[in-house]
Design a protein around this ligand. Structure first.
Ligand code: FES
Length: 146
């Protein structure tokens, strides 16, 4: 028996309306609030609920983080890395990797992630009655698998 993977799509916005460094928070039926991010031209989506105590995680600061670099015969040094790839929870400042949803603290905590794709411009979402689709201007959509 082969399991069939079904996908559904939730329109977000025109790709041009979510430039690099941008974020958009959308309400997705059956899922809830989701934050969609453009990190240097790649799109990522996270559930807008912190796994710690439920804060609206995706409303937090998009930032980078520090990485310790060990230098022989010297004190370790800290480098600022991954600018724009980290989201900091607005309630208690826990940091999460936007690319994977994983907490940076080393604990096995993770926020749910979703796929985002640019839909073909000739493939408008079927349940949006009117939506401007311009030739060559892709629409972002969330891909939900069941
Ligand atoms: S609710 Fe996000 S860190 Fe506490």
């Amino acid at each position: 028996v082969t399991a069939t993977r079904r996908e559904s799509y939730v329109p977000i916005c025109a790709a041009r309306d979510l430039p690099p460094g941008g974020r958009r928070i959308v309400s997705v039926p059956g899922v809830g609030s989701v934050g969609v991010f453009n990190v240097r031209g790649a799109y990522y989506a996270l559930k807008n609920r912190c796994p710690h105590q439920g804060a609206p995680l995706c409303e937090g600061m998009v930032t980078g983080t520090t990485a310790v670099r060990h230098v022989p015969q010297r004190m370790p040094e800290a480098d600022w890395v991954r600018e724009g790839e980290i989201i900091r929870c607005p309630w208690h400042a826990w940091e999460f990797d936007i690319l994977t949803g994983r907490a940076l603290c080393g604990a096995p905590w993770r926020v749910a992630t979703y796929d985002v794709e640019v839909a073909p411009s000739d493939d408008p979402p079927p349940f949006v009655e009117t939506y401007p689709v311009v030739e060559g201007d892709g629409m972002l959509r969330l891909v939900l698998s069941r």
